[in-house]
Structure formats: C-alpha cells, structure tokens
Ligand binder design. Structure first.
Ligand SMILES: *Cc1c(COP(=O)(O)O)cnc(C)c1O
Length: 349
C-alpha cells in the first residue's frame, strides 16, 4: 500500500499540479516544474539514505528485473566472473539473467535445517577472488527471507537488489557498489526503478549495453536520456517527503520491527499458523505463513477480505499466505490482521 496522505495529495493536485493548469502527467519532463520536482525527489532520497556525493542516483525504467541485466552490462566485460548469493526466488532470477552476459558463480544457497530455511555461514561460501562484483538480495519478497546484516568477508563491490526493503531502515550506502530497487514495493507506483551507484565502478560498459540502461550515459543525462516515468518519479518524491515527515528511516526501522514482531508472535503463539524461515532470517517486510490445515486457505482469504484485509494470498510458487507490511502499512493494519488470525483460529480450529 501507499501512504494515504500521499494518495490524497496526489488526488488533490491531479488535474492542476502546483498551479500549472495541467497534470504532472501532461507536462514535459524537461520543463522547469518537473525538473524541480525530480531534483527535489533525488535530494530527499539522498537525505533519507545519507547517500555520499560520489554516488549517482538514477530514476530509470524497467523495474527490478531490468537491473538484473543492467548490472552485468555496466559492471563487466564478457568473460568476467561474478559472485551471486542465492537466498530465494528473486536472487535465482537474477542469476538466470546475468548468465546471459557473464560467468556466474553461485556462492551459496539456502538450505533446510530442522525444517527451517536458512543460509550456510559466510565461512562456507565459495567466493571468487577475482569476481567483478558480489550480488545478493537482502530481502527475498516471495520467500520472506531477509539478510539483516551485510554479508561478511566480501572484497568485491557489493550489489544489492533492495526492491522490497529499501528505505525500511538506515543503511551505510558507502559499503555498496550498487543498490537498486523496483519502486513498486516500498517506494511508489510501478514503472520506476531507483539505482544508486558508486561512480568509481563505471567505465566497464559494453558496446552492446542498451543506451537506456547505460549508467554512465544516464548519469550524464540526469536520468533523462529518454523520457523517464514522470508520474512514478513524482509520486516517489511525495513518498520521500512523507518519510521525512514521519521521522526518517530510524522511525521506519522501529515501526517495521514492531509490526513484524507482532505478526510473527501471532504465528508462533498458535499451532494453527506456521512460518518456516530460520528466525535469524525472517523478513520484516514480507511475512509468509501457512495454515496447518491447507483446506482452510480459501476460507481464510475470503473472510479476511470481508474485513478489509487484502492481498494476503501467498505467491503462487509458495502457496499459503503472505502479508506484505511495507513502510506505508500502519501498526493498526497489522493489529487488525493478528486479531483476525486469532479469531479465525478460534472459530475454525
Ligand atoms: C518484485 C521484485 C523484483 C522484480 O521487479 P519488477 O519491477 O517486476 O521487474 C526484483 N527483485 C525483488 C527483490 C523484487 O521483490
């Protein structure tokens, strides 16, 4: 979900944006009003994440998956080696895409220990000394698997797919080479991806790199080599302002901790519900759970939606339920869900 205050602001200025007599959707991306909003959005994102000056921020098309190809096409030459950690569905997809362009070494992947999904300790990972970069997905949206701390012992530049946990807590941007995120999980509407890149890493792009995915070229053109997704960019800017008003990322971290703890507590307290992720890796953003009796899945979803509890169906590859509790989800929303879950288990158990 998006913050209600942001949706209301967008609604109120939809037809006549900032007194321009037109919608932001109707204005040129090169006109002064949009350029100002675009720059403000970048500045607000820089403030929120404390992005150092030697990092560029790009607002591009192509979602998270677009970056699965843009990363190898900007950071490697054919024949280079790269390291990928596979911790779930999205990092697996990232590997499959990167394999088209470069030699991918799978460093490690998730294992089941005592019925719980976990990750072997970093000491057991097969890291390449000459990897051009190390790629991982700090929050696996489908699996509900989050790697809270940066992996240890990595010498190569670290590339992180933060599509589903960017802006959920403060991070030290300087420890990453590239951070990218499709916007539609924790930022704004779909159609936009945000890329934060250490400029020192550029200069390796290939002749065949598509211009719209060429980081250096897009930096030169301030993300406007082609027409950017203006409405999504504008709306992302409103979300950044909203985050600042909420007290920034420290505040989000607190809230996200509180929300997810409440939901996992509800799951753990009741045999009726199961979550099979090692407690060290449970996601604060996406909480998948199963009903002990799968035959009740359908009733669970129907009755939940009757109470306004929406989008709880698990990803088709995992089944069961999944509650995505991104920044914009208030504590009261999680409270309503846990109360429903307790009530449902009493009535149906
Ligand atoms: C959703 C998601 C993607 C893919 O995003 P698209 O915008 O659909 O390409 C990639 N990585 C992660 C972690 C995601 O959650």
């Amino acid at each position: 979900m998006l913050p209600k205050a942001v949706m209301e602001q967008a609604q109120s200025e939809f037809i006549n944006w900032q007194g321009n007599g037109a919608s932001v959707m109707e204005l040129s991306h090169r006109g002064k009003p949009f350029m100002q909003a675009a720059q403000q959005a970048e500045q607000d994102l820089r403030d929120l994440l404390a992005i150092p000056d030697d990092y560029a921020v790009l607002f591009l098309h192509g979602g998270g998956r677009g970056q699965f190809s843009a990363v190898p096409l900007n950071l490697t030459q054919a024949g280079d080696k790269v390291d990928y950690l596979v911790s779930g569905a999205w990092s697996r997809f990232a590997v499959e895409e990167a394999q088209k362009y470069v030699q991918v070494n799978e460093v490690s992947s998730c294992v089941e220990v005592d019925g719980k999904i976990s990750l072997p300790p970093a000491a057991q990972w097969q890291l390449n000394d000459d990897a051009a970069y190390f790629h991982y997905c700090p929050n696996e949206t489908v699996d509900g698997f989050e790697i809270a701390d940066l992996p240890e012992g990595i010498n190569a530049p670290i590339v992180a797919d933060m599509s589903s946990n960017i802006l959920s807590k403060p991070i030290d941007v300087s420890r990453y080479g590239v951070i990218y995120a499709g916007a539609q999980k924790n930022i704004g509407p779909s159609g936009l991806s945000v890329v934060i890149v250490n400029k020192a890493l550029l200069g390796k792009r290939r002749l065949e790199t598509p211009a719209i995915f060429d980081y250096a070229l897009q930096i030169e053109h301030e993300s406007m080599y082609n027409t950017p997704p203006t409405f999504a960019w504008y709306l992302a800017g409103l979300v950044f302002q909203w985050l600042k008003q909420q007290g920034g990322l420290e505040q989000m971290q607190k809230l996200n901790q509180q929300k997810s703890a409440m939901l996992y507590q509800c799951i753990d307290d009741n045999d009726f519900y199961l979550n099979n992720i090692d407690a060290n890796y449970r996601s604060r953003m996406n909480v998948p759970f199963h009903l002990a009796d799968k035959r009740l899945d359908e009733s669970f979803l129907t009755q939940a939606s009757q109470q306004g509890l929406l989008a709880l169906k698990g990803h088709r590859s995992v089944g069961g339920m999944r509650a995505s509790i991104y920044n914009a989800m208030p504590l009261a929303g999680v409270q309503a869900l846990t109360e429903f879950m307790q009530d449902f288990s009493r009535r149906m158990g």
